[in-house]
Design a protein around this ligand. Structure first.
Ligand code: FES
Length: 83
């Protein structure tokens, strides 16, 4: 069964995760750095778990609802997950 919705952007700043990933150019970035540079995650915060997943896996389109608990403020490539 597939979900019939796609989550692909920070709605508050209208920035697609794919564009954000390109802007990061593979540089390790934390959620706070992304919020300061691009705004994403600094308003309603609903995009934070998706950005965290993007940093972790490279995915930019999601067909599932991620909860705030799924957010990881760590650095891409690092293992900063909370226990
Ligand atoms: S959706 Fe990204 S801050 Fe609201």
């Amino acid at each position: 069964m597939t979900n019939d919705f796609e989550i692909d952007r920070c709605v508050c700043f209208n920035l697609r995760f794919a564009e954000l990933q390109q802007k990061l150019e593979g540089r390790p970035s934390s959620m706070d750095q992304i919020a300061r540079r691009f705004g994403c995650g600094s308003c309603c915060g609903l995009c934070r778990p998706y950005i965290a997943r993007m940093l972790e896996t490279g995915e930019t389109v999601f067909n599932e609802v991620l909860r705030a608990d799924d957010a990881d403020d760590g650095v891409a490539g690092g293992d900063a997950r909370r226990a």
